[in-house]
Design a protein around this ligand. Sequence first.
Ligand code: AMP
Length: 565
Amino acid sequence: MSEPPDTPEPADTPERPDTATAEDFSQLGLRPELVAALAQLGYEEPTPIQREAIPLLLAGRDLMGQAATGTGKTAAFALPILQRLPDTHRGTAPRVLVLVPTRELAMQVSEAVHRYGRGMAARVLPIYGGQPIFRQLRALGSGVDVVVGTPGRVLDHLNRGSLTLDQLQTVVLDEADEMLDMGFAEDLEAIMAATPVQRQTLLFSATIPARVEKLARRYLRDPVSVQIGRGPATASGAPLVRQTAYVVSRAHKPATLGRILDVESPTAAIVFCRTRDEVDRLTETLNGRGYRAEALHGGMNQDQRDRVMGRLRSGTAELLVATDVAARGLDIDQLTHVINYDVPTDPESYVHRIGRVGRAGRSGVAITLAEPREHRMLKAIERATKQRMHLATVPTVADLRARRLESTRAAIHENLLAGDLDGFRVVVESLAAEFDVLEVALAAVQLAHETLGGPAEEEADIPQAAEPTGAGGRTFTEPTARLFVGAGRSAGIRPQDLVGAIAGESRLTGRDIGSIEISDKFSLVEIPDSAVDEVIQALRGTTIKGRKAVIRRDRTPAKRARARS
Ligand code: AMP
């Protein structure tokens, strides 16, 4: 692959990278308050979908975006909707409604909008089930600019008269494919009917099956289309690199990275993060765990960058933790591993990152840590690179021990071959008078092992986060229970209605829900035992397919429950 030349920057412009950030985002037409918020969050440059979508959305266009989680799509719509809020006299009724499939996403998106809109005093409210409705009523009553909600709860508020949508400028349908999969089609229809005809409508979806297209035809006007994650096939340019991905939850990422580094023992590795803050935090964590890591990001001046590169080239540092911007144009001979601490925001950037190893016929390794929701990006990357990514399981404590014992064995083997051990004979001989020689050797190996063992590890195994498989595809690892729902086939209940209601109103997602049985008068849904009370509580205040239903824990043994239906 061809690399941009490493152009040294003049040493007298230490603040250049900060200015570059500001320019990059403001070049898209964003106002200074938003640009400042992004710089504070450590975003160094727009992701591809942000670059494409933001100017179009600022101009008021409708948009159909094919983009999965991990592409930066939330900021792509959140920044323009914030910018388009009136400066003053915003009134009480919301200007923007963002509809999302799950409670989890409602919280995430509303936090993101809140963070970006801090400098503009934007009032953001997530509304989802499982949260006391009076709190939402109070907040709605005192005035909100942006509502982020699940369709079920939004409809509830509409029916109660606590939410008015006639002042809306923009409606965002986020993860439209999932909303339809969860049976929210009718709810969406009812909600859209309550919005003004003159509105801007944005639809984001990771996949565009026919029913999403139909939705778009129905609600978008002359939309522009933006597709991310279908980068040009780069098979010929993709280097020969062993590519592995680990699916882990965010909380387990630092420990997983540690395990991987211990098992892989790279000579030199570059670890890519999305933001400056993450670079700083991770560098600190890694150094705290005994690795020699150096940070490299756009907030550093040329002198600092040169010093970091010097330490990596001389072997004083073994890990470089960097943002894409900072690492652009770097050419490091010693690199054996590229690690994506976060999934890159588009396949091209992935190809660019891994192009740093495996050059000139040398073998290289690319490792990607993905969160369960980001599995679609992994697929997009596979398509773009035309190479399979091996999905690996996080090394267990046992793997790690085996690996460490192996390296102790190798070190001792090397020592034996090197000879010149006579100086220690007296120690062995004196101990041999008292112990068996094998026991003496064991004790010596233990000492050597402890000295060579590297950083102390936590002794717990890291749970492997499952890839989402869609509703019903879950294999449970924890005790499950059945929920009795007093509505069934005769009320028109379908599995997706139950999944939609549960995922929309509780912290469970579609993949937490197991088998679903629907009989004439009632339905049984399998969910994790630990979530039963919460789900019952959450569903109590809502309707399923427009009707209230009895919800309780089902205590009949499975066989009888089936016989009953
Ligand atoms: P999303 O695809 O919207 O779920 O975003 C994925 C992650 O990328 C979130 O953690 C964002 O905070 C982060 N992110 C979004 N845009 C940028 C950017 N321009 N630079 C760095 N990180 C970003």
